[in-house]
Design a protein. Structure first.
Length: 336
């Protein structure tokens, strides 16, 4: 499930990160705006990480308990994607612990750049929550990508309890299995990316990886205007989407795309669209009061079927999110 791309090659153009969320059911997604100054806890039994948010952020919260995507006021974007090979290892209580429900949120709260994220990732230990997929509990097999307004990028995978970090502007594409290091090797076999094989068109994660990487090379570096820049990135991420009806009941790596986001790291604008709705919405962080003590704001696209374009003014005051403690089970029930 899921594809993430980063467009950072445009000359004097915005840096834009896009991602598809592929999953077999709805996830109760809502957009939240969090001001700076929020005190948080990593939600582990032993030695939880604690922090106060330095930056305001606009995020997508899934299952009413986990940040899966977002952008902060410094221009840092974070995206959580599925990775079957993720293994969290034994708990080391000497390291501050962090529930994976807050993995994205921690970086958005505390970091302005990818370089800061990379350093922070080495100083804490991420712990799983339990997702329920087709009635089976799994230990949130997830890896994470970050990008910033300079065009820098990193992919973070926890394999056998050890963080594996790929850091550099060149890491512009990400999907799912196999692990990122193997994806980079597979990529080199395709025409235009180092090899001679034609670009594949299946729904497999490694094929979506190759397809997204290839089409990113075809996006014009000098679009005529801002709208064209955004549309060009959308054309690539949509090319990597999985259509409704293509779910594989045995393999979560093959699931329908249920929503897409774009994070404009340069202009601090966050876009969102449900695949089963014809309207795309966005909100600008500059339109919100992100100062300490300001209210948390929330917008839910489901039920606002007429919403389209800039919905900054449609956000309403909201209660804090009850992020899920490490080891907890997601109890949100999918709806149509």
């Amino acid at each position: 499930m899921c594809t993430r791309i980063l467009w950072n090659t445009g000359e004097e153009q915005p840096v834009i990160t896009a991602r598809n969320m592929d999953w077999t059911s709805t996830m109760g997604d809502k957009l939240y705006v969090f001001p700076k100054g929020i005190k948080r806890n990593g939600l582990t039994d032993e030695n939880p990480l604690t922090w106060t948010s330095k930056y305001g952020s606009l995020v997508n919260v899934s299952w009413d308990c986990a940040t899966t995507d977002g952008l902060n006021e410094a221009g840092l974007a974070a995206n959580a994607l599925y990775l079957a090979e993720a293994k969290w290892g034994d708990r080391d209580p000497s390291m501050p612990g962090l529930s994976i429900a807050l993995w994205c949120q921690y970086y958005l709260d505390t970091c302005a750049t990818v370089a800061e994220v990379v350093e922070a990732a080495k100083k804490m230990q991420v712990r799983a929550i339990e997702l329920v997929h087709k009635g089976i509990n799994v230990d949130s097999p997830i890896h994470l990508s970050v990008s910033d307004a300079s065009g820098d990028s990193a992919v973070i995978e926890i394999l056998d309890g050890v963080p594996h970090i790929h850091h550099g502007r060149e890491y512009t594409t990400m999907t799912n299995s196999p692990v990122f290091e193997e994806q980079l090797v597979l990529l080199k076999q395709y025409d235009g990316l180092g090899g001679r094989l034609p670009i594949p068109g299946t729904l497999e994660a490694e094929d979506r990886f190759a397809r997204a990487a290839f089409y990113l090379t075809k996006v014009p570096s000098k679009p005529e205007n801002y709208q064209e820049a955004v549309s060009n990135v959308l054309s690539v991420i949509r090319n990597a989407a999985t259509p409704y009806g293509a779910n594989d009941p045995e393999r979560p790596n093959i699931s329908a795309t249920i929503w897409t986001t774009l994070a404009d790291c340069t202009n601090k604008r966050f876009y969102f669209e449900f695949t089963n709705m014809p309207n795309i919405i966005w909100a600008d962080l500059e339109n919100f009061d992100l100062s300490e003590g300001s209210p948390i704001m929330m917008f839910e696209l489901k039920g606002n079927f007429e919403a389209s374009g800039n919905v900054s003014g449609l956000f309403q005051k909201a209660e804090p999110v009850n992020f899920l403690k490490a080891g907890g089970v997601v109890t949100w029930k999918p709806t149509d």
